[in-house]
Design a binder for this molecule. Structure first.
Ligand code: MTE
Length: 305
């Protein structure tokens, strides 16, 4: 693993876990709501302390509260339904505006040098977590794919196989149109934070979290982080993602985490960390403003949401 102290997201879990703070917060939460009101100064203190370090969410929570519509919309049930899914063997087809079409299998994916990154993850629904991912920069895969200059966007597709994914098998009655599609602008995709995860907590990615390989774009709402990627295409035109297609008024192409742009049906100002009782403020670009704001310098983020 690369050790680069100026980037908190590159630190290994052992370096950011402050057990002392963790225990303090747990015992504090146990005190209950009545005590909490009287102790708002303590809340502020704890918030300040915890904001300087990323405390990974418990593995149990990350792997048992999932959005993976190919199985069910019930987040707590995904884990119990993934046995129909077999992510090995696997291949990713890379096509479109590239020098030459390319197919990668699991062995090829293992050849990319792995690193661990601890990222905040914020779902558009208002819940959040901190995940110690393992994987490699999306830019590394793009370099291997050798896109042409004319490639302006990258489009991802999840595997389509109704025999493995029960909601794909519902045809007309399925929850969304499959395969699940997402996309990024090329400069977003090449940004060093854009990551392809093959594992979490040091182990292979569980099926419910998008095995064997999923996208992680930490400054965008979680729906951009497409799971179980089977196809990648380089395009000139902006790809139409599954959620934008389903409800363009609610889900834009950019989907940057932004406390100042509400979802039409709910506020985005606050968020709840999985496992926490209290809500916390949503951060601009999910806390990665210093790293990514320049990508959107001349854009009206209310229009390009
Ligand atoms: N990818 C696919 N193929 N299908 C999905 O339903 N849900 C998205 C995203 N990627 C989804 C997907 C949404 S809405 C979120 S919030 C995250 O996956 C959830 O990732 P997690 O279950 O690992 O927390």
């Amino acid at each position: 693993m690369m050790h680069c102290p100026q980037n908190s997201w590159k630190l290994g879990e052992h370096l950011v876990t402050d057990e002392n703070l963790f225990n303090k917060r747990r015992s504090f939460i146990k005190l209950g709501a009545a005590t909490v009101v009287a102790n708002s100064a303590v809340i502020d203190l704890l918030a300040k302390e915890s904001s300087s370090k990323l405390q990974p969410t418990k593995k149990e929570l990350i792997t048992s509260y999932n959005n993976f519509y190919e199985f069910t919309t019930d987040k707590k049930k995904v884990k119990s339904l993934v046995h129909t899914f077999e992510p090995s063997p696997w291949k990713i087809e890379i096509t479109g505006l590239v020098k030459k079409d390319l197919t990668l299998d699991l062995e090829d994916l293992l050849k990319f040098e792995n690193e661990e990154r601890i990222y905040r993850f914020r779902c558009v629904e208002g819940w959040a977590m901190v995940v110690p991912w393992r994987g490699f920069a999306l830019a590394e895969l793009i370099k291997k794919a050798q896109p042409l200059k004319s490639a302006k966007y990258i489009r991802f597709e999840t595997l389509y196989d109704p025999a493995q994914f029960p909601d794909q098998d519902r045809g007309f009655f399925s929850t969304i149109d499959y395969p699940y599609v997402e996309g990024l602008r090329m400069d977003e995709a090449m940004h060093e934070l854009s990551f392809l995860a093959t594992g979490l907590y040091g182990k292979d990615l569980p099926k419910q979290n998008g095995a064997p390989i999923r996208l992680v774009v930490p400054w965008k709402y979680g729906f951009k982080s497409i799971k179980s990627i089977a196809k990648i295409e380089f395009t000139e035109k902006q790809p139409l993602g599954s959620w934008e297609k389903l409800s363009p008024e609610e889900y834009g192409f950019y989907a940057n985490v932004n406390p100042h742009v509400d979802h039409p049906r709910w506020s985005q100002k606050r968020e709840r960390l999985l496992g926490d009782f209290f809500k916390q403020d949503t951060q601009m670009f999910n806390g990665y403003e210093a790293e990514v704001a320049h990508l959107y310098k001349h854009m009206n983020l209310k229009k390009f949401f």
